[in-house]
Structure formats: structure tokens, C-alpha cells
Design a binder for this molecule. Structure first.
Ligand SMILES: [Zn+2]
Ligand SMILES: [Zn+2]
Length: 307
């Protein structure tokens, strides 16, 4: 049976945690969940990430790749709990964890500490600048950013491809029909006594979506370059203009600077994340960003965006 998701492409981002270093009542430490059809990825894994996942329709079991931007605790404290839960629930699939140098030591601590036999393999890989992982229809890349330790941002880049129009398929009685695959592969299919060509149901060639996640960083040139033409930029906006001095001290972005960067890079949508706990109302940061770049939004925990 053809899986619907292979024909109608799903690219979805869920903000599992949006706080800065200190979690608040409303915000969990950082974790961004990315779905591309049946592939599930995690960018950073702050404390309590598995509990945030429990509030969504996805499952920790589905996650095959975890990318840790840098080794500050607020970005990786959730790994231990997540691994243990996977272990308890009998995961069999391999899990790959990427992170800067030192990630192996950290993850191994949890692996060695646990007393149960693990039924799955954990592969730990060191991040480098460039393409880290490639699938048939997308790749994940990393680029260095500027923080007060070695820190990386990530790119999800979908490859151009053919997408079928859901409404037209429905009209023709082909929605969820195994003949869709044949149509995509051969370009023509016989259905209800007539020939249907792929041109009849195809959307214009899909350009391939691009999503960029800054990790912790000031607004820097490598982030600007990586963000060029992105459909979505998720950017460290820990501070507002009032605390610009703090942003320099701790090497984080401000909402306004990230908006300027998004505008220069021709980004379509900017989502601000990693807010300092001094901001009870994130709309202040959103407003500062919107003065420069209209399509800016302050993330909330469990917010979901289809890209
Ligand atoms: Zn952080
Ligand atoms: Zn940090």
C-alpha cells in the first residue's frame, strides 16, 4: 500500500522547548522537532524534552537523528532521559546523535550508567561543517556560528521534486489509491476507464524547502549566509534591545538583529526562540523584530508550523 505521506510531502516543525538557559512555567529548554514525511529529527534536546514530546502526536521512538548544536547543558540535558525511555520501551532501531567534540563522553556517561541491557545501537558522531546526513529527498548540514563555546547551526534542505495536488487526486478518486505511485513513476495511469497523466495532478515543480536553525549565537555572517533564501529561520533571540549589552556578554542574538539578518538573507519567515527568562511577555521581542521584518513570530512551546 502506498503511503500517503510519500505523495503529499509533509515538512513540519514543532517547537518542543523555547526558553533560554532557565526554563519557566511556560517554556521548556530548547528542542526543535522536524518532520519530513516519515523522517523525524531533533535539533537540540533540553531538559524535559521527552515530556514535551508526550504532549504532541509524535513519539520519541520515531526519532532517528538528534543534532546537538553545542555542549551547554540547556541544549543536551534531555538526552539521558530520552535514551532511558527508549530503552525501557524496547526500542530496536539505531539512534544517531551528532554533536561537537565532547558529545561522545557525555552520551557514554548515560549509556554506561544505565543498568538495563540496551536493545538498540547508539552511534555518536562529531559535527563538522558541511553535509552531515543525506537522504534521497533532503539533507542536513551544519555551519559554525558565534557563541561563547564551539557552536553550530543546522540546515535542512529538501531536494526539488514532484508533488501531487491533494484536491485534484480527490476529485479523480485517486486519493490514497495505490495507483498514485504508478502515476508518479510512469507518468500515466489507467483509472475508471480513462488515462490520467501526471501533468493533470502535479503541482508546479516543488522547489525544495529550506529550514535553518541558528543554535546559540549572535547574528553572525555564517548564519546570514546559511539563511539565504530559507523558507524558515529559527533564531536565537535571547534578548531585546534594552539588554543588547547582555547579548554581547553571553553571545546571544537580539530579536531586532535576527530580524535584520532575516531581511538581508531573503528569509520568508522568522521564528524567534531561546528567550531569556526575564521576558514574561515575548510579544515585546516579536514587536522589535517586526519593526524590521514583518513576518517575524515569537515561538511558544508546542507551536507547530507547516513549511
Ligand atoms: Zn542555550
Ligand atoms: Zn549556549
Amino acid at each position: 500500500m502506498v503511503k500517503f505521506s510519500e505523495l503529499i510531502i509533509v515538512v513540519e516543525v514543532t517547537f518542543l522547548g523555547t526558553s533560554g538557559t532557565l526554563p519557566t512555567k511556560e517554556r521548556n529548554q530548547v528542542a526543535v522537532h522536524l518532520r519530513h514525511n516519515d523522517n523525524f529529527i531533533l535539533w537540540d534536546c533540553g531538559e524535559g524534552t521527552q515530556r514535551q514530546i508526550a504532549h504532541t502526536k509524535t513519539s520519541a521512538f520515531k526519532i532517528d537523528y538528534i543534532y546537538i548544536s553545542h555542549l551547554h547543558a540547556d541544549h543536551l540535558l534531555g538526552i539521558g532521559g530520552l535514551i532511558q525511555t527508549m530503552q525501557f520501551l524496547g526500542r530496536k532501531k539505531d539512534l544517531v546523535i551528532y554533536g561537537p567534540r565532547g558529545i561522545e563522553e557525555y552520551v557514554k556517561f548515560f549509556i554506561d550508567w544505565d543498568y538495563r541491557e540496551r536493545g538498540f545501537k547508539i552511534e555518536i558522531r562529531e559535527i563538522f561543517e558541511g553535509v552531515l546526513h543525506e537522504e534521497e529527498d533532503y539533507f542536513i548540514g551544519a555551519f559554525p556560528v558565534k557563541h561563547n563555546c564551539v557552536s553550530y547551526g543546522f540546515i535542512f534542505q529538501e531536494k526539488p521534486g514532484l508533488n501531487l495536488d491533494k484536491d485534484k487526486l480527490k476529485e479523480l478518486g485517486l486519493l490514497n489509491n495505490p495507483k498514485c505511485r504508478e502515476l508518479k513513476e510512469k507518468g500515466v495511469v489507467s483509472h475508471l476507464g480513462r488515462e490520467i497523466t501526471v501533468e493533470e495532478v502535479a503541482e508546479p515543480m516543488r522547489r525544495g524547502k529550506k529550514i535553518v536553525y541558528s543554535g546559540d549565537t549572535v547574528a553572525c555572517s555564517s548564519l546570514r549566509k546559511a539563511s539565504e533564501g530559507a523558507d524558515l529561520l529559527i533564531a536565537d533571540s535571547a534578548f531585546g534591545e534594552e539588554h543588547r549589552d547582555k547579548s554581547r556578554e553571553y553571545m546571544h542574538g537580539t530579536a531586532r538583529e535576527m530580524a535584520e539578518l532575516a531581511k538581508e538573507a531573503g528569509v520568508k519567515k522568522l521564528v524567534l526562540i531561546h528567550f531569556s527568562n526575564r521576558y514574561r511577555d515575548e510579544s515585546l521581542l516579536e514587536d522589535e523584530a517586526r519593526e524590521v521584518f514583518e513576518n517575524s513570530f515569537a515561538a511558544k512551546d508546542l507551536m507547530k508550523i507547516e513549511v
